[in-house]
Design a protein around this ligand. Sequence first.
Ligand code: BJW
Ligand code: ZN
Length: 253
Amino acid sequence: MEKITGEFHRELEAAAASIRRANAVVVLTGAGVSAESGLPTFRSGQDGMWQTEDVRNFAYPDGYRRNAARAWEWYAHRAAAAARAMPNAAHHALADLERRVREFLLITQNIDGLHQRAGSRTVLELHGNLLRTRCFGCETLGTWPEPLTAPVCESCGGLRRPDVVFFQEDLPVRAMARAQAAALDCDVLISVGTSNVVWPAAEIPQYALSGGAEVLIVNTEMRGQPEGNHVSHLHGPAGEVLPRLLELAWPQS
Ligand code: BJW
Ligand code: ZN
């Protein structure tokens, strides 16, 4: 145990040194970052949200349309949970990191708004935001009605949905282009709490590697993560690993 701890500490120190040296840092986050805020992830463990086929269907345009009443209600519950949740130590550490690095970009697949609430200023949302609603027809944005009414658009009578990116839908084009360019140009990319299975977000660490950057993976589970000479695996909960990493990079502050 002592040996493992010592080894891990050395890995963390090396990663911290890379971050301190870096001019440009890009962070890519996924649902694991919000797990310690009490929001379930999609695919991990027993409590992953998507253990049933049914729920997976909600996140496809066709599935949503077919199950509109149930899906609308399910997303409304998740939106309420996201609004009630509080940013955790991982969100705060990333907001802190932004203030210390010359060039910084936080790219998130999360739709819960917790990075912004922790004080992160440049947040690129690749999969939209659950706290907004949008009309399938006229695209008008809105908020969740309280109490919850039927998912009918007041402007055009069309079907309302959360303003998130479902499977088979395109990611916001400009955001994705900016994410790719930043990854290609950075010195260090930190991938935190994502299973790295959903495309095209999953290729962002590959852009960083092909641009010559170092990639740090912070996750409680390393299966399926990128590997190689320029990849370090920092195993553990994001809310513990990220604050330690910052503390090692900038000790006295
Ligand atoms: C911790 C922790 C702690 C836990 N600390 N870590 C075959 C090959 C390639 C691509 C495809 C394919 N078949 C289909 C596709 C395309 C598809 C895709 O990628 N599918 C894959 C699943 C195979 N992609 C798309 O459809 C995208 N669009 C597209 O491609 O358009 C072109 C097109 C047009 C027409 C037809 C086909 C294609 C759009 C993707 C949109 C994804 N949207 C979602 C749902 C949003 C709505 C909702 O919330 O319900 O976004 S999917 C879901 O996954 C959500 C997430 O943002 C996304 C990523 O998940 P994430 O964040 O990685 O979470 P988990 O749960 O997977 O992982 C959590 C991680 O945290 C784990 O690793 C844990 O270990 C870790 N963890 N606790 C640190 N405390
Ligand atoms: Zn409408």
